[in-house]
Design a protein around this ligand. Structure first.
Ligand SMILES: Cc1ncc(COP(=O)(O)O)c(C=O)c1O
Length: 388
């Protein structure tokens, strides 16, 4: 894999050496059961709590409001199903958006099978939720326990939602607000004083931390029903033996991301925008997804190419040593299978191909240039394949 140009950080961003080192440094002191009463257990717990404080600090929350889970999917499920199940007798309402990750959409659909109601807000052609549409739905739902769940930034096209405005509307209408912040965590300012969300989901592996650990940051008094049952770890929100070594890795990844934000973000934006400009010039008919959104993730570029065979394109890029994706790692691999693009009214044609390139801290200008060449030549062969 050494020789690959890896531009798929939105799927998973490889473990950073500094994270690896921070984790290695606590092996021998943190790799015990943090619930054990003996000194080894207490040592592990101390390290776990320090990591929890570091993550809390990144969003301006209290340490006790950070719950470690198994990742983004687990946190989204706990937030949505945990909220709904606690209030089933009052017929809760869930409001979400059509471009959410499946971890939110499927959890919300499960909640409807259990008795909750669900409203899915449409988005415009850039993937943006219209704040007035949220306001209208919440006005008609007055008096019911309601949770709004709208992602901070989209994983397929990068659209950033107007979270502060949406949170203000939800709170004014008496609803709680959850945001799946997986893609923007560490990169965007998510401090509570900017956007006072009630619950926030993040996962370590999107920012160079280990796979299999995430957090749900949850305001005190939110009231969640547990989804899994066992011990009292994570105050019952996510019971089971905790992962202090993973938590140290997550905390280190967040600290690095926050510290590097001012230097990395302008670099990401420059790489993203120069690549987009080059594609527009050299690939006839190419579409920049979410190009007109008020804000987009700095490290993600998603493009659509009509009259182009998706499979040929991705195989050609793989053979050229460039790792990119066709959208979400979890979707079917075709544009017409993307619920996000469908919601934006894009890419319904069978021959519409998508390439998502996403950068990480190690991405260089040279890699982006080579990847750009590879995409341009892969599109040429995939278009020939389509024409034949
Ligand atoms: C926006 C978003 N939410 C949730 C998830 C799921 O996170 P995890 O892989 O940690 O379960 C992902 C990962 O693909 C994501 O991009």
């Amino acid at each position: 894999m050494e020789s690959m140009i890896y531009l798929d950080h939105a799927a998973s961003s490889p473990l950073r050496p500094e994270v690896w080192q921070a984790m290695a440094e606590v092996v021998g002191t943190a790799d015990f059961n943090a619930a054990s009463m003996h000194a080894c257990g207490r040592g592990a717990q101390e390290i776990l709590e320090r990591a929890r404080s570091d993550i809390a600090e990144a969003v301006g929350a209290a340490r006790g409001e950070v719950f470690f889970t198994a990742g983004g999917t687990a946190s989204d499920n706990v937030a949505i199903l945990g909220f709904a199940r606690r209030r089933l007798a009052e017929k809760p309402l869930l409001v979400t958006a059509a471009i959410e990750h499946k971890a939110v959409l499927e959890a919300a659909r499960q909640a409807t099978r259990e008795g909750a109601d669900l409203e899915v807000l449409p988005v415009d052609e850039h993937g943006q939720v219209e704040p007035a549409s949220l306001d209208a739905i919440l006005e008609s739902a007055a008096g019911r326990p309601t949770l709004v769940s709208i992602m901070w930034a989209n994983n397929e096209v990068g659209t950033i939602q107007a979270i502060p405005e949406l949170v203000e509307i939800a709170h004014r209408r008496g609803a709680l607000f959850h945001s799946d912040a997986v893609q923007g965590f560490g990169k965007l300012d998510m401090r509570r004083d900017t956007a006072p969300v009630d619950m926030l989901t993040a996962t370590a592996h999107k920012l160079g931390g280990p796979v299999g650990i995430g957090v749900l940051v949850c305001r005190r008094g939110t009231g969640l029903e547990p989804l899994v049952f066992g011990g009292t770890q994570e105050r019952g929100v996510w019971p089971g033996t905790q992962n202090p070594v993973g938590a140290v890795g997550f905390a280190r990844a967040v600290q690095l991301c926050v510290a590097e934000r001012t230097s990395h973000i302008p670099h990401f934006v420059a790489m993203r925008d120069s690549l987009a400009a080059r594609f527009l010039e050299e690939i006839p008919g190419l579409v920049i997804h979410a190009g007109g959104a008020a804000q987009r993730l700095p490290n993600l570029l998603s493009v659509g190419i009509p009259a182009c065979d998706q499979a040929t394109l991705l195989v050609a890029l793989d053979m050229a040593g460039v790792a990119v994706s066709s959208g979400s790692a979890c979707s079917s691999g075709t544009a017409s299978g993307s619920h996000v693009l469908n919601a934006m009214g894009i890419g319904n044609e069978e021959d519409y191909s998508v390439v998502r390139l996403s950068f990480g801290p190690s991405t260089s200008d040279e890699e982006v240039r080579i990847a750009g060449d590879a995409v341009i030549s892969a599109v040429a062969s995939a278009r020939t394949a389509f024409a034949n």
